[in-house]
Design a protein around this ligand. Structure first.
Ligand SMILES: Nc1ncnc2c1ncn2[C@@H]1O[C@H](COP(=O)(O)OP(=O)(O)OP(=O)(O)O)[C@@H](O)[C@H]1O
Ligand SMILES: [Mg+2]
Length: 474
């Protein structure tokens, strides 16, 4: 079976590394390369178990099972001759020599258990940045030879991992940090033991490296240039990893934004913010407004000093507790002398469909919320401004213990590809929404129109002091 490769693909094909990222520009021939590689290893190592992952099943099918260079086309003649069997239900190609190419998708961490017992000889990850570091690490831990006998010449070559990816998306930062930045491109280096200890290599793929595309479809480059933002064009056209690549909060830096807990001085204003959820997680954040008396935290900065993130340990899955339990849980987490100036929550909790609203039920338990300002674009900008801060000092910092909600989810959020003024709301964005409400309750710069339009309903009047128009107002 002959599968033609372009020169850059051949470099990857013959590389001596065992953990490769073939990455960069859109259309650089990455997915094709992974298919070619799957077939190559299946043929050259009898009994080889090859797992090819893509995040979702529709993407897997569209990318690898349809079109002129799909698996079905490349393997068509062998399937016709009975040398390869394709099972659509199992999503597997079984070769006469016992090798199997498993086509897999992995959308949620909850699906990882399916691969708990797997013995993966060759792991192929398409669009690696669509996966989280946790998912990748788990799958990498399944990469082992077990009792598999290798043909002569393949010792040290298998087991192996080959990944393909464009920059951007949820995994941009960890993929860049793990593969792209540590050493110059193409260099093979040994990853640290706690990072798998394999021989790692980053091989850039550019559009120019794929003559099939540039020859057959010269308009492709023009279409890429029409992408939403110049950053996205650079990421997709040039495979540039030094871009913010769709990260919603590219100014986020752990060293600057995460601080060790300290006792909040009693004089600081404290407030709560909440994004309610039941089957989805809720997020409750306790915030304090710095008054400039604590070193390193500028006056007016928001300090997230505590959180209660209502998830059951599985991403984006809520606790399904009652409003009463939620109210009690919030109060239980506070010290008796903790004085909270006000609480804001998503407007949805004020809706009453059948009986008292969530807000009313929580109020009966001593927790009164006012309606948060839910202007998504303005809230996004407020949060970005605060994270950027002034003179290199952020105006929003987070205690290092806020790991369930904020620190796990907010730094990973990516932009909505259709609307650069908002995050992609299909992600786990509850801690972000809650933080956005917190920011909007003390906007960065007072805009008269925004302040005037801010709703002052009966909750506001009853439970808050004078409206706070500016973070400079402590
Ligand atoms: N060596 C090759 N021989 C023939 N066709 C090829 C070869 N390499 C790539 N192609 C074709 O070029 C097109 C783009 O390649 P591919 O889909 O692999 O790119 P990609 O880098 O994965 O793109 P994306 O960034 O969009 O995922 C596809 O139609 C693919 O079949
Ligand atoms: Mg691809």
């Amino acid at each position: 079976m002959r599968i033609p490769l372009h020169p850059r693909q051949s470099h990857a094909y013959t590389s001596g590394a065992t953990e490769i990222l073939y990455g960069g520009a859109a259309g650089g021939g990455k997915s094709y390369y992974l298919r070619a590689s799957a077939i190559r290893w299946a043929l050259s190592a009898p009994g080889c178990q090859i797992y090819l992952f893509r995040k979702t099943q529709p993407e897997l099918k569209a990318n690898h099972l349809r079109g002129p260079s799909s698996f079905l086309e490349l393997l068509g003649p062998s399937i016709a001759r009975g040398l390869v069997r394709y099972s659509e239900t199992a999503a597997e190609f079984t070769f006469a020599n016992g090798s199997v190419v498993h086509l897999c998708h992995l959308q949620r961490d909850g699906d990882l258990h399916k691969y708990q017992g797997a013995e993966i000889h060759v792991l192929l990850m398409d669009e690696l940045t669509h996966f989280t570091a946790h998912q990748y690490r788990f799958l990498r831990s399944r990469v082992r030879l077990g009792g598999h006998d290798l043909p002569a010449g393949l010792e040290g070559v298998l087991p192996r991992i080959e990944c393909a990816s464009n920059p951007g998306s949820v995994g941009h930062q960890w993929v860049k940090a793990g593969f792209v930045t540590p050493v110059p491109e193409r260099t093979v280096w040994k990853a640290p033991a706690d990072e798998g200890g394999m021989h790692r290599q980053y091989l850039p793929a550019r559009i120019a490296d794929n003559p099939t595309l540039t020859g057959n479809d010269p308009g492709y480059l023009r279409r890429l240039k029409g992408l939403a933002t110049p950053e996205l064009v650079r990421a997709m056209k040039d495979g540039d990893w030094d871009i913010v690549a769709g990260q919603a909060f590219e100014m986020w830096q752990r060293e600057r934004h995460v601080i060790d807990p300290f006792p909040i001085p009693p004089a600081w204003t404290r407030f709560r913010a909440m994004d309610w959820g039941s089957s989805k997680p809720f997020s409750v954040g306790w915030w304090a407004v710095a008054d400039g008396t604590t070193a390193g935290v500028p006056p007016g900065a928001l300090v997230r000093y505590r959180e209660w993130y209502g998830w059951n340990g599985k991403p984006d899955t809520g606790l399904r507790i009652t409003s009463e339990e939620l109210a009690e849980g919030i109060l239980k987490r506070e010290r008796p002398d903790e004085s909270i100036a006000y609480s804001v929550a998503d407007p949805a909790i004020f809706g009453s469909h059948d009986g008292p609203s969530v807000a009313e039920r929580m109020a009966r338990h001593g927790l009164a919320f006012k309606r948060a300002v839910n202007d998504r674009a303005a809230g996004f900008q407020e949060m970005r401004s605060r994270l950027t801060g002034m003179d290199g000092r952020p105006m929003l910092v987070v205690f290092s213990g806020c790991t369930d909600g904020f620190l796990r989810t907010v730094p990973n959020l990516v932009l909505d590809t259709h609307n650069p003024e908002d995050v992609d709301t299909t992600q786990e964005d509850h801690a972000y929404d809650e933080a956005r409400y917190a920011c909007m309750s003390r906007p960065w710069v007072a805009s008269p129109s925004r302040v005037a339009s801010r709703e002052r309903d009966r909750w506001n009047r009853a439970f808050t002091g004078p409206a706070t128009d500016n973070w400079r107002t402590i």
